[in-house]
Design a binder for this molecule. Structure first.
Ligand SMILES: [Cu+2]
Length: 502
């Protein structure tokens, strides 16, 4: 095996991890010779531009208030009880809900022993309330902060910290933004939050990262949360992830003790599916039903029927289902990993399906980002490209370091954009792993392989060796994080910023 060319070849992850003597990649080596920029020093924003952008958002004049209590607490996962971090006493945290144009006022009281923040994932909000430093300062242990921002777009979003590995604990909550003008095309709604879980039952997220940095192959064993034993996935183009989790959860419960959603036969259910996992893509299906996908990351798509959906970390899909009579498993199968997560849908009499029932739909037609096309009303204008931005994804597995444009976050040079520009952003994945790439403050439009507009998304999976182009409109000034939503890749450097020129 020629390890000198390892990042551009589809080698196995085991080989990749084992290449401990591998030198720096060309991209990383280039970065070593250039000046590092402190993100804090570079934190300059145009406050009046941020205020002007806020004035352009719709406003109802209504303020909806919530409190969020990040704390250490005991959580019953349906058998295993873990002492972990959560928002309040439940996983997921309580739903945050408002209408388009409302102001959300969310007082966050940090009872953790570390600083935290709350990032309002997917919402095109004002930059200084984004919940990611330096645009918004972190909240010190014991302190409180009230996030105030208006919400311009309807859809399914979620809240999570933007500090270290806190996103691989129980700190997550759904956010639903309603548009009262939207036609009401369903009878009832089911929010389904997926997660991969290790804290308190396997190795801690911190220990997992340490293991990955040591070479990744030393942590295997019965306690779970190991960094070996992850397989491959054709849908993900190769290695499925870095961490084999001991548990996978739907709405905070293990597969043996699932939550049950109750409806009546013939009802139309809108299911909002959120992947809050740190290192796991899920393949999701509802036994006995096809699903009509209506939204990707909050934005409408031409309704499209699928048997199952592939959902990467931080992605959201909304689906409509007209339910049959009986008891049906909603199964979230961790892609390329061993285990299962599930919930139950009960609309009538019948025995509960066994935990090992694998719906045939999981192996039917699986919707991926390539499957969907945004509706006309949310399709971004085409025909003009003022800037062609690049994000080259690379990695050096010898020390578990991941980079964008040759740099880890601490040394990043922001990607620059000018307000009003229409820009393309090209992700080029030179690694042997897939990366769910997320941009804050914007919902870009993914270009289909033939160049035509695909779905609106804030997170797009970029498979090994693949190039993905997205288009965006620079209409939300500030400094915005652009990063891989694999929590371990992000913590190990795979983050940069999109900065508006001032
Ligand atoms: Cu990644």
């Amino acid at each position: 095996m020629n390890t000198s060319n390892i990042i551009t070849r589809p080698v196995s992850r085991r080989t990749f991890l084992g290449a401990a003597t591998m030198g720096l990649t060309a991209a990383a080596a280039a970065a070593c010779g250039t000046r590092a920029v402190s993100p804090v020093d570079a934190h300059r924003v145009n406050k009046s531009a941020i205020d002007a952008a806020e004035a352009r958002r719709p406003h109802t004049g209504r303020t909806v208030s919530y409190t969020l209590d990040p704390r250490r607490t005991d959580i019953d996962l349906g058998g295993p009880v873990v002492n972990t971090y959560a928002y309040g006493d439940t996983i997921p945290g309580s739903v945050i809900r408002a209408n388009v144009g409302d102001e959300l006022s969310i007082t966050t009281r940090n009872a953790l022993t570390d600083a935290t923040s709350v990032h309002w994932h997917g919402i095109a909000l004002r930059n200084d309330m984004d919940g990611a430093a330096p645009a918004t300062p972190d909240i010190a242990a014991g302190d409180a902060f009230t996030y105030r921002f208006s919400v311009p777009d309807s859809g399914t979003y979620w809240a999570h910290p933007h500090v270290g590995l806190q996103s691989d604990f129980g700190l997550y909550a759904p956010i639903i933004i309603d548009d009262p003008r939207e036609p009401h095309d369903h009878d009832t709604e089911w929010i389904v939050v997926l997660d991969d879980w290790t804290d308190g039952v396997g190795n801690s997220p911190r220990d997992i990262l340490t293991s990955l940095q040591k070479g990744g192959m030393s942590m295997g064993g019965m306690s779970g949360g190991s960094t070996s034993g992850v397989g491959t996935s054709a849908l993900l183009g190769g290695d499925a992830g870095d961490v084999a989790y001991p548990l996978y959860l739907v709405n905070g419960r293990i597969a043996n003790a699932p939550t049950t959603f109750t409806a009546a036969p013939g009802q139309r259910i809108r299911i909002r599916i959120i992947n809050a996992g740190a290192d796991t893509a899920f393949r999701v299906a509802l036994g006995g039903h096809r699903m009509t996908v209506t939204h990707t990351d909050g934005f409408p798509v031409t309704p499209t029927d699928v048997d199952a959906l592939l959902i990467g970390m931080s992605e959201r899909y909304d689906v409509l289902v007209t339910v049959k009579d009986g008891v049906f498993p909603l199964v979230a199968s961790p892609e390329g990993k061993t285990g299962t997560a599930r919930a139950l849908l009960r609309t009538g009499a019948g025995a509960t399906p066994a935990v090992n029932v694998r719906p045939a739909e999981l192996d039917g037609f699986v919707g991926t980002v390539d499957t969907f096309v945004a509706t006309d009303d949310v399709t971004l204008p085409t025909g003009r490209e003022d800037a062609a931005l690049q994000a080259i994804l690379a990695g050096t597995m010898s020390k578990y370091q991941w980079t964008i444009n040759g740099r880890v976050y601490e040394q990043m040079e922001p990607i620059m954009i000018t307000q009003g520009q229409r820009a393309s952003l090209t992700f080029t994945n030179t690694t042997t792993m897939w990366h769910p790439m997320h941009l804050h403050g914007h919902t870009f439009q993914v270009r289909r392989p033939d160049g035509t507009p695909g779905p609106r998304k804030d997170t797009v999976a970029v498979r090994p060796g693949e190039r993905v182009v997205v288009d965006l409109v620079a209409d939300n000034p500030g400094q915005w994080m652009l990063h891989c939503h694999n929590a371990y890749h992000q913590d190990a450097g795979m983050m940069t910023r999109l900065d508006y020129r001032i």
